[in-house]
Every structure is written in structure tokens, then in C-alpha cells.
Ligand binder design. Structure first.
Ligand code: SF4
Length: 368
């Protein structure tokens, strides 16, 4: 075991390493500048459990309703050898009628071993790259994250079209009048980019997998599927950057004490004995860069929001940039009320005083 692995194991403590999937790998791109998240993800720490034990539990993960609806829509689109999906792809992508093979790679003779299924996926997709087969459901891909292979939930279809593979993702959020919730499309695009990267890795070729992926969703308020192309080049470059950053985790580790650990000190029944305050202090020892977006992307969000309270950073990247580096909300309010600015705050102080005056006029208030 390398010293880096030993450090990461010590950081994680006696918890089992948390396995990544496409959703968690996609989430790595949400706040690339956050050292706290990068360290915990590299160590495979269970952030949800740590947040809860530190006193800041956050409800995370898809609702049962969303999971059930998603499964039902996916089953409908794929029933009868993905007949509905093939019809749709023929229409949208001009798929030739003769190109209609559907292969389910979900299991290998009843064996669910990840490595075996991954090898089988590689055999079938490599043969497909040579011209055999069209549509492969549930290929088991993997991606190296911090030196460990993460097997990706095979929640996708690899479609070979005119010699190139496209990732097809089926999602249950609706496309209404050609428009979908931008946040959901953005999340789906990052997940598709994870699959593109993993499939390119499997086939050993960038060109073998197209950067244009296909999103299949319910149309309007019906269960009728509709397909849209999504270009994931930007997501691919963010993802590569973040995975490289995690691979260079030694530079980040060097900034923290060897003694740092998120171990919960479990007893023989795996009940944590470490105090919440002590754990929270260990978590806070690693720098974070909270933004409001953390609330939808990271299990530690409530802890980090609490810590960032009173800072301009807690108001989001745009506000922080507009405030030109003023760190605390208190300073912002003082400047808006006319407190003397430092030379570097003069410009933003003029704007804040004007904004405060406008607010008083609109609100009819005597002061802030
Ligand atoms: S919630 Fe905290 S740890 Fe997670 S990304 Fe945001 S700042 Fe980093």
C-alpha cells in the first residue's frame, strides 16, 4: 500500500470506502475548488454519515417517488426489446431499420460479479466496434477515481451509430414544449459525460465515443418518450480536470496533519463513540468553499453553510465576485451605511451606498 493510500485510509477511518457511481462522480464537478470535498471523496468517506454524526444531517438522494417513476418509464421504453426506443431513435437519428440489434448486458449467466461483467462488456463492445451489434443495454463501465476503480451503475445504453458509439440516457423528468428543467438537464449531461469518459477508457479510443449524447425523457405530461441530443464537451473537460485533481491528491494531503482523521471510533456494534464536536472540528480543519449550489450537490452542505454563515461567500459566487473580495456580510452592511472604506473597498462602497439609498426609497424605510 502506498503512503498516499495509507493516508487516505487513515482519513476515512474504519468506515468501509464508499463506492462511486455516475451520480457521485458527476457531483465531483459541482465544486471543483473545495478541498474538503476533494479529500473526502478521494478517501471514499461516507459524507452523509459524517454530516449526520457531526450534527448536520442532510436529506440526500432521489426521492422514492422519483426512483419509482424513473424505473417505470425506463421499463416502458425498453419493453419488447426496446421497441419504443428503437422507433424513437430511428426517427430522431435516422437509424437504419436494419440497424436494430438490442443486447442486454445486465448479467453474465446469472453471475453479478462486477469485474466479470465489465470484462464481458468490453468483449461485446469491442466486437461491436468491429461492426457486430447496435444497442447495448446496461454495459458495466468503470472509471479510475483516486487510484480506485469505480464501477458505474449500468444506467445507460451504448448505441453504435454509423461506426461511433453514443451514450443514451433515459430520465423521467418531462420535456414540455421542447423545454426541460435546466438543472436536471445539466445534471444528466454531467452523468452522460461520466459514461462517455468511461466508455472511451474501455475502448481505448477518444474517437470511438461521440461527445453528443442522447437524452430520452417523457414528452409533455404523457408517458410518450422524446429524444434530444446533448453536447457534453464542456462537462467532459470539467470532469477530466476534477479527476486529475483527485489523482494529484498528494499535494492536497501535504497541507494537513498526518493525524487528521474522520474515524468515528466505532464500538463492536459499529456505533460511533467519537463525539460530534470532535468530528466537526476534524471536518472543519480542512478548507471548504461553500456556495449555495452545495445544497443540491453535497451531503456536507448544512455543516458548511453553518460555517460560512456571515460571509459573503455563503451568498454565492456571483455575489462574492460583485463584492470584490469583502469577506463578511457585516462589513458589506457597514459600508452600505456609510462606514469609511479602505482604499481597495472604495469602488464597491460607492455602489453599496447607492444600492442602500435606492432600497430605502423603494421600501420607504428610514434606514437599513
Ligand atoms: S458542502 Fe462543503 S464540502 Fe461539500 S462541496 Fe460544498 S463546501 Fe465543499
Amino acid at each position: 500500500m502506498s503512503s498516499i493510500e495509507a493516508r487516505l485510509d487513515r482519513l476515512r477511518g474504519r468506515m468501509l470506502p464508499r463506492r462511486h457511481d455516475a451520480r457521485t462522480i458527476a457531483a465531483l464537478t459541482a465544486n471543483p475548488g473545495c478541498a474538503r470535498r476533494a479529500l473526502m471523496d478521494a478517501a471514499g468517506a461516507d459524507k452523509q454519515q459524517l454530516a449526520a454524526h457531526a450534527g448536520f444531517p442532510a436529506p440526500f438522494g432521489q426521492s422514492q417517488f422519483a426512483i419509482t417513476r424513473g424505473n417505470a418509464f425506463e421499463a416502458q421504453v425498453k419493453e419488447n426489446g426496446a421497441a419504443q426506443l428503437l422507433t424513437l431513435l430511428r426517427e430522431v437519428l435516422g437509424l437504419d431499420v436494419t440497424e436494430a440489434h438490442y443486447t442486454d448486458l445486465n448479467e453474465v449467466g446469472g453471475n453479478e460479479d462486477s469485474e466479470l461483467r465489465h470484462v464481458y462488456t468490453r468483449q461485446r463492445l469491442t466486437a461491436a466496434a468491429a461492426g457486430i451489434g447496435t444497442m447495448f443495454d446496461h454495459p458495466l463501465l468503470r472509471l479510475s477515481v483516486a487510484g480506485r476503480y469505480a464501477y458505474l451503475e449500468p444506467d445507460l445504453i451504448a448505441l453504435r451509430l454509423r461506426g461511433t458509439f453514443h451514450i443514451v440516457e433515459i430520465k423521467s423528468f418531462a420535456i414540455v414544449d421542447g423545454q426541460a428543467d435546466p438543472a436536471k438537464v445539466a445534471a444528466a449531461a454531467v452523468q452522460s459525460a461520466v459514461y462517455v469518459l468511461a466508455l472511451r477508457d474501455l475502448l481505448g479510443s477518444e474517437e470511438a465515443v461521440h461527445h453528443e449524447t442522447i437524452l430520452v425523457c417523457p414528452k409533455d405530461f404523457s408517458n410518450q418518450p422524446v429524444a434530444a441530443k446533448v453536447d457534453v464537451r464542456r462537462q467532459l473537460s470539467v470532469l477530466r480536470r476534477q479527476l486529475n485533481r483527485i489523482a494529484r491528491i498528494d499535494e492536497l494531503l501535504a497541507q494537513y496533519s498526518d493525524e487528521l482523521t474522520f474515524d468515528l471510533d466505532p464500538d463492536e456494534d459499529r456505533r460511533p463513540r467519537r463525539s460530534s464536536a470532535d468530528l466537526a472540528n476534524a471536518i472543519r480543519a480542512v478548507g471548504a468553499s461553500y456556495t449555495p449550489e452545495c445544497l443540491s450537490t453535497c451531503e456536507l452542505c448544512y455543516l458548511c453553510r453553518d460555517e460560512a454563515g456571515g460571509t459573503s461567500g455563503a451568498l454565492g459566487k456571483t455575489v462574492r465576485a460583485d463584492l470584490g473580495g469583502i469577506e463578511f456580510s457585516r462589513q458589506v452592511l457597514d459600508l452600505a451605511r456609510g462606514a469609511a472604506p479602505s482604499p481597495e473597498q472604495e469602488e464597491v462602497a460607492v455602489v453599496l451606498v447607492q444600492a442602500a439609498r435606492l432600497r430605502r426609497e423603494i421600501m420607504g424605510e428610514a434606514g437599513m
